[in-house]
Write a protein that binds this ligand. Structure first.
Ligand SMILES: Nc1nc2c(ncn2[C@@H]2O[C@H](COP(=O)(O)OP(=O)(O)OP(=O)(O)O)[C@@H](O)[C@H]2O)c(=O)[nH]1
Ligand SMILES: [Mg+2]
Length: 1007
């Protein structure tokens, strides 16, 4: 390049260049063709020293090659028009017609992003990938049987943590499914019995999440439909839901109970009734569900505790008595007695593959050894203080011979103990005749199995399939149609509505009603299926339906009519935990998994026909309080939309969780405890949002309440100063709060019904009872608004005309209290006076709502406000020498022991205690450290408790980085919460009182 032709900026300033005309182009091309022809004759480029010439030669070469390859006519010196020339091959020529070619602009995508994203399937479920497993029944038969609701049983398996629920369901699955192991540690095709390793989580068919497998604990309710046979070989369609036992996941138990008509309560034979069992019993009774008991892990009495048979009987009887007393002590307890001779108790050992009821045992016994005896007669004599006299060969009620064993011990436990003893203690030659006498025939290779597997084989054959459990379900628990009346009572707020009528009839030909219990994320983590129970009608694939949200109810009841959406069912399955059976339609009484209807569902919903006949929703799921909260934010701020998307997924799949945005802009997730939030974060990071998230330390929710009646009558004016409301606040009785929260008081009752209830149950006088206007926040909130104005002082008609606006102000105030924006609790606001503008225009909602809110705040702050914190109930199991360490750990965390009892038949102690939730995070780890991992605890939210100290006491001095104690706590908690939420430190009543004179009075009272 000649530098003199260019200026210092690189612009060309040399002599004028020849402008290229079309003629010129033709000339050049013609010249080029000549050159090409020449070069075709030559084999290589002509050597030249001039670089420009060299470049030209090279270009000519390239064209020559292209033209030679792709335009054969050029070789024949044909004249080709310029527009017909093809210098380069098209993409189709190169790659063929069936390859899609994308031309991508340079640099629009980051280097680490693939141009064609791979199809993602998030591996968080263990699915059966090779089609459906083989079962002892045909899938069509199952679907057909589900159509006959008399032959359907829908049950939920509930109980305390690790009491063997999943293993019990495995027992049913194993008897009906040809097992194909999905666990990579075991070679595929391994026969099921060989894989059964007692005390290791070998099965867990209903533990479908990888998180459940990794942690060895069930986290979600998992539904399963199958055909099972009872002892008469009659087939039943069994819908069974395996619920988690961990206290944090009780919302999943509630979802499971929503689906069920009856409950199987699993209780560990050694641990007996624990806090989780009691909670499950109380909830099942609240829902009015029939219960049957399964005493699980009976083998532990023999192998671990090594109790003699007679003592094992006492231990089993004690466990049953504990269940009965838990039922009796429940406030909803009108359940009949639980006892083996009534047929509602089953004994099982899931790990060793057997279970039996007295009936099924007697049937086996008589079939093998004494066919003349009626098994039902024998079963009746197998429990209680009935003895067997070997000499007289009769059953006797009086123990004449001191050595005579109880019939249960003689006929059931002793043979069982003998089998355990023989199988574990004898070699094959000695064992063979014993087993033959029992009617158990094994292959010779089986004798080489280790003792546990051999025991499982022997006992599996001895007891046969779990028909006793099926007998119990079919005889003791109701069918959907028999339970339809109770279901209607339980799920429908208004018993006279069309919805209740349809649910009561439970007819396949009736109007469609599906109660959605929970949502399940699909394997891509983006779409969701809804699991529900068909209460009435028939649903089919492709059907148009209406999805009514939780806040939708009969329009006459002031509910949110907007919470309804039309949707089309685009997938219909029967849920079988690890696989789904595609079906075209299902009818009343079945459980169903629906696709394509989830978009408008937040948690649960009611799905009805699109014809608009039924326009009412079933009651929302009564989930426990979410009291532990964490703030989350994306590590990379620009990923906020993905976090929001992820939080939506969390809200859908965790029934109890709540997500909200604080005024400070932080995103808060509320859950029930540490494990719960840990799982939420796992799912957020790896399933729904797939981003890195920063998490703040867990804190708890608080509540605001009053401890006295307001010192003065406070009033607030509306913004236009034409309306004035006068109010006082006072504490609401605890019993009323309990009744509201437990749903005994239905906010949808008419004023008359509510008044009657208060008169009858709380001794309120008729005036006070009739003055109740609202409960809040929300429909089931534990605060009350009442109108105590006198007709002589207040224009009642005018006040009634602004009732909705006053209610709204009250709802707003109770939702966000003045102390730290937390909901109020146990506070009653009484309107004492109201001066309202003459003109309707001047007393519109815009004037009344803010006035009502301000007056509620003013009333609240003049009534000695207090802060309330959640308190957890803890149940700790520890050996005797660890009990003092447990006391120490509890004392360091403001906890105190309420009960401390030795566990009968074992060396463990059960310690019940209360501990503030804020101090419960990290408690389990602390406990394990102090007791060298020998103590176990379960805790869950129990009640709200007033935090010591006055939150408004400015004399309390708080030192940074030093924990507060005693009377400082309330102010400490309040200030920290306010700061976290971005509120100022100052909570002053002056903001809410306009009148200077009243302000002075209030101030003087406060001083
Ligand atoms: N000895 C013995 N152990 C059992 C038996 N059934 C279950 N287990 C063991 O008990 C533990 C818990 O069993 P699961 O069936 O998962 O109990 P679960 O009630 O489903 O547990 P969660 O759902 O997490 O509350 C596992 O380690 C099992 O191996 C049994 O019959 N005998
Ligand atoms: Mg489980």
């Amino acid at each position: 390049m000649d530098d003199s032709n260019y200026d210092e900026f690189g612009n060309y300033i040399g002599a004028e260049l020849d402008s290229s005309s079309s003629e010129g182009e033709e000339e050049i091309e013609y010249a080029e063709h000549e050159q090409e022809d020449e070069s075709l004759r030559d084999t290589g480029p002509r050597s030249s020293d001039d670089p420009e010439e060299k470049a030209q030669n090279l270009m000519a070469m390239m064209r020559r090659v292209d033209i030679a390859q792709h335009s054969p006519q050029i070789q024949q010196n044909q004249i080709v028009l310029h527009e017909d020339k093809s210098f380069y091959p098209s993409a189709e020529d190169v790659f063929g017609p069936d390859v899609e070619v994308l031309v991508q602009e340079e640099d629009t995508q980051a280097l680490n992003e693939p141009i064609i994203a791979p199809i993602k399937t998030r591996k968080f479920t263990v699915g059966d990938e090779d089609g459906l497993p083989r079962t002892t029944y045909s899938k069509e038969f199952l679907v057909d049987l589900l159509g006959h609701s008399g032959f359907v049983r829908s049950v939920a398996v509930v109980g305390h943590l690790h009491h063997g629920k999943t293993t019990l369901v495995d027992l049913l699955v194993a008897s009906t499914h040809e097992w194909k192991e999905w666990d990579l540690a075991v070679p595929i095709g391994t026969p099921m019995v060989k894989m059964a390793k007692p005390n290791q989580k070998a099965f867990g068919f209903t533990d479908t999440l990888q998180l459940e497998r990794q942690r060895g604990v069930s986290l979600k309710s998992s539904a399963m439909s199958m055909v099972v046979q009872d002892s008469r070989e009659k087939s039943w369609a069994l819908n069974i839901v395996d619920t988690p036992g961990h206290a944090d996941f009780f919302d999943e138990v509630e979802a499971g109970l929503r689906l069920a008509d009856g409950v199987i309560l699993a209780v560990d034979a050694v641990e007996g009734v624990m806090s989780g069992t009691r909670r499950a019993i109380a909830t099942a009774l609240r829902e009015g569900l029939k219960m049957a008991l399964v005493i699980t892990k009976v083998d532990r009495l023999i192998l671990e505790l090594k109790l003699p048979p007679a003592d094992a009987y006492y231990k089993l009887r004690l466990t049953i008595e504990e269940v009965n007393s838990a039922i009796a002590s429940s406030p909803h307890g009108d359940h009949g007695r639980i006892s083996p001779e009534l047929g509602n108790v089953c004994f099982s050992s899931g790990s060793y593959g057997w279970c039996f009821t007295l009936d099924s045992f007697a049937r086996q016994y008589t079939r093998r050894w004494s066919q003349a005896v009626d098994p039902r007669d024998l079963a009746k004599r197998l429990w209680g203080d009935i003895y067997y006299s070997a000499q007289r060969r009769t059953f006797i009620r009086k123990k004449i011979d001191p050595k005579a064993p109880r019939s249960f011990v003689h006929f059931v436990l002793e043979p069982l103990y003998k089998i355990f003893a023989h199988v574990t203690g004898e070699d094959a030659p000695a064992l063979r005749p014993v087993l033959r006498a029992l009617g158990v025939h094994l292959r010779s290779s089986d004798y080489e199995l280790n003792a546990r597997l051999l025991l499982r084989r022997v006992l599996g054959q001895f007891f046969g399939p779990p028909s006793g459990l099926v007998d119990m379900c079919s005889q003791q628990l109701p069918s959907p149609i028999d339970n339809a009346q109770d279901t209607a009572k339980r799920l429908c707020a208004d018993g006279s509505s069309l919805l209740a009528e349809a649910v009561r009839v439970c007819d396949a030909a009736g109007p469609l009603v599906i109660a959605v219990a929970k949502q399940i994320a699909a394997s891509d983590g983006q779409s969701f299926y809804v699991l529900g129970r068909i209460l009435s009608g028939t649903v089919s694939n492709g059907m148009d339906v209406k999805v009514l949200g939780e806040s939708f109810s009969d329009p006459e009841m002031d509910a949110d009519e907007e919470d309804a959406a039309l949707a089309t069912v685009n997938g219909l399955w029967l849920s079988c935990a690890r696989y789904c059976i595609d079906v075209s339609g299902l009818s009343a009484g079945s459980w169903v998994l629906l696709g394509g209807v989830d978009s408008s569902i937040a948690k649960t919903a009611t799905i009805v026909g699109s014809d608009g006949k039924i326009m009412a929703a079933v009651r929302p799921l009564p989930v426990p309080a979410a009291v532990v909260r964490i703030a989350v934010e994306p590590a990379v701020p620009s990923e906020l939309p993905r976090l929001l998307h992820g939080l939506r997924g969390i809200g859908k799949t965790y029934p109890l969780s709540q997500t909200r945005v604080e005024e400070s802009g932080e995103h808060v997730v509320l859950g029930s405890g540490e494990l719960y939030l840990d799982c939420v974060l796992h799912d957020l990071r790896h399933v729904f949002a797939e981003i890195e998230i920063r998490v703040a330390d867990p804190v708890v929710s608080f509540r605001e309440c009053v401890s006295e009646t307001s010192t003065v009558r406070v009033f607030a004016d509306s913004p236009n100063h034409k309306n004035r409301l006068t109010v006082i606040a006072e504490p609401l009785e605890q019993q009323v709060v309990n009744d509201i929260e437990s749903g005994v008081i239905d906010p949808q009752w008419s004023a008359r019904q509510t008044a009657q209830f208060f008169e009858a149950n709380h001794d309120w006088d008729i005036l006070a009872a009739r003055s109740i206007w609202a409960f809040g926040p929300g429909t089931y909130g534990p605060n009350m608004l009442s109108d105590d104005t006198l007709p002589s002082e207040t224009d009642k008609t005018r006040l009634r005309s602004v009732r909705d606006a006053v209610r709204q102000g009250f709802q707003w105030a109770t939702r966000e209290g003045p102390l730290c924006d937390e909901p109020m609790r146990a506070t009653r606001f009484r309107i004492l006076d109201a001066t309202l503008a003459d003109s309707v225009v001047h007393r519109g909602a815009g004037q009344i709502v803010p006035a009502a809110r301000r007056v509620c705040y003013a009333g609240f702050l003049t009534a000695e406000p207090r802060l309330m914190e959640p308190v957890n109930i803890v149940e700790i199991q520890a050996p005797a020498d660890c009990v003092s360490a447990v006391y120490t750990v509890l004392a360091r965390r403001r906890g105190h022991v309420t009960q401390d009892t030795p566990k009968s038949g074992s060396s463990m102690y059960t310690i019940s205690a209360l501990i503030p939730t804020i101090d419960a995070s990290g408690f389990e780890t602390d406990l394990r450290i102090y007791t060298q991992g020998r103590a176990f605890c379960q805790h869950h939210f129990d009640h709200w408790q007033v935090v010591p100290g006055d939150p408004l006491d400015k004399d309390v001095s708080l030192r940074p980085l030093e924990p507060s104690s005693g009377q400082q706590l309330a102010r400490d908690f309040m200030l920290k919460t306010r700061r976290r939420k971005g509120l100022g430190d100052d909570v002053s009543i002056e903001k809410f009182i306009d009148d200077p004179a009243l302000r002075d009075i209030v101030k003087s009272f406060q001083q």
